[in-house]
Write a protein that binds this ligand. Structure first.
Ligand SMILES: NC(=O)c1ccc[n+]([C@@H]2O[C@H](COP(=O)([O-])OP(=O)(O)OC[C@H]3O[C@@H](n4cnc5c(N)ncnc54)[C@H](O)[C@@H]3O)[C@@H](O)[C@H]2O)c1
Length: 349
């Protein structure tokens, strides 16, 4: 499958196919110097295969796996390596890994000599359907996640679903939550399609078509709002409450995607009982999450502490927090809520 990302300034192909790495040689043929960036989990599995598609002069740089590696310190190490090897503006970076590697590599590429080309080879479900598309790149600081970043699109995205065979079940389910989110906010037909898979194994057997539709949705949303000024916020469905749950529980205790599932459920149960969401929507959401074994249930949270975490949300502007809610499956909207009223949406379902 081939999708073409297009906005007024950039256009690039997104290829989704088992074995599509075979085309890497052709994709990089115009570049003389190439640096592949990967992490300590992905590199032992796939770096050799990728380097095998590249000229022998290609370099590689492997960082420790994990969110804390998305740092200015690692960006600086890569810029230093590129400088020592005399990379110029016409050379290329390749991101081989999940969203951490994609965001870091994209950020490094966006700044080196005011911007050089990079190719995304995403290896997690989340990075295939979400972070590799749309041009947002960033590193974290001690103060905030994604605090330093830039918009910089890849030249090409190569998605080989075979990579997912080695992904841990929890990482797979985290990515799948984002897929369900995309269907819920944008495409009722795709949501219906997801319902037809019997279980997670059945879905995995059809993963290329699932990835393809999710990538199309990400592309459609981003193309409608290239600079992240409005509509793109709907991709945040489940994330405001999800981030609060993640941070309340202690970093890493509730995996990101699972926290988002809980956030989608919690908010939708409330907006449905407030009459803002079509009756039956929460049940549909819960049925799909259940079917794939995604734990959406809420813990015994201290609601005041959760409210406090929501108040710290970086997307808050003054007293107003923009919640993304479902009108119905496949139809979402942005609901500005005064932070003083947030408890109205946080009732225990
Ligand atoms: N740029 C964007 O638009 C955007 C959107 C969403 C998320 N993000 C960012 O993405 C990051 C999360 O991405 P992620 O969930 O891919 O996390 P990740 O990159 O940390 O990968 C998750 C884990 O899976 C391992 N892994 C990756 N591929 C594997 C494979 N094929 N087999 C075995 N193990 C593998 C990694 O080493 C890591 O331990 C966050 O930093 C988030 O901010 C960015």
């Amino acid at each position: 499958m081939n999708i073409e990302f297009k906005n007024p300034d950039v256009q690039y192909p997104i290829d989704i196919e088992n074995g599509c790495l075979q085309t890497l040689r052709a994709v990089v043929s115009d570049y003389s110097k190439i640096l592949v960036i990967s992490d300590s989990n992905v590199a032992p599995l796939y770096l050799e295969g990728v380097l095998g598609q590249l000229p022998p002069s290609a370099h590689s740089f492997v960082i420790e796996a994990g969110e804390s590696s998305k740092s200015l310190e690692n960006a600086t190490k890569i810029w230093e390596l590129m400088s020592r090897e005399e990379f110029s503006r016409s050379d290329l970076l390749i991101a081989l890994g999940g969203g951490v590697i994609g965001d870091l590599t994209g950020y490094v590429a966006s700044c080196y000599m005011r911007g050089i080309d990079f190719v995304q080879i995403p290896t997690t479900l989340l990075s295939m359907v979400d972070s590799s598309i749309g041009g947002k790149t960033a590193v974290n600081t001690a103060f905030a996640k994604n605090q330093i970043g830039a918009f910089h699109h890849p030249e090409h995205v190569l998605i080989d679903p075979d990579f997912l065979k080695t992904l841990s079940p929890v990482e797979f389910l985290s990515g799948l939550t984002e897929v369900i989110k995309m269907a819920a906010i944008w495409d009722a037909e795709f949501f219906e399609k997801l319902k037809t898979y019997e279980n997670v194994n059945d879905l995995q057997n059809n993963i290329a078509e699932v990835i393809t539709r999710a990538c199309e949705i990400k592309k459609e949303v981003v193309e409608s709002d290239p600079m992240d000024e409005g509509l793109r916020l709907i991709l945040n469905f489940g994330h405001t409450f999800g981030h609060a749950i993640e941070s309340y529980s202690g970093l890493g205790v509730v995996p990101h995607g699972i926290a988002v599932a809980k956030g989608m459920y919690w908010l939708t149960a409330n907006t449905e009982s407030l009459g803002l969401t079509k009756p039956g929507t929460t049940e549909q959401l819960v049925n799909v999450l259940n079917k794939f074994g995604i734990d959406y249930t809420l813990g015994d949270y201290d609601l005041t502490a959760i409210e406090h975490k929501i108040a710290l949300d970086k997307k808050r502007r003054s007293q107003i927090i923009k919640l993304v809610i479902l009108n119905d499956i496949g139809d979402s909207k942005i609901l500005p809520v005064d932070i003083a009223q947030i408890s109205t949406y946080l009732k225990r379902p």
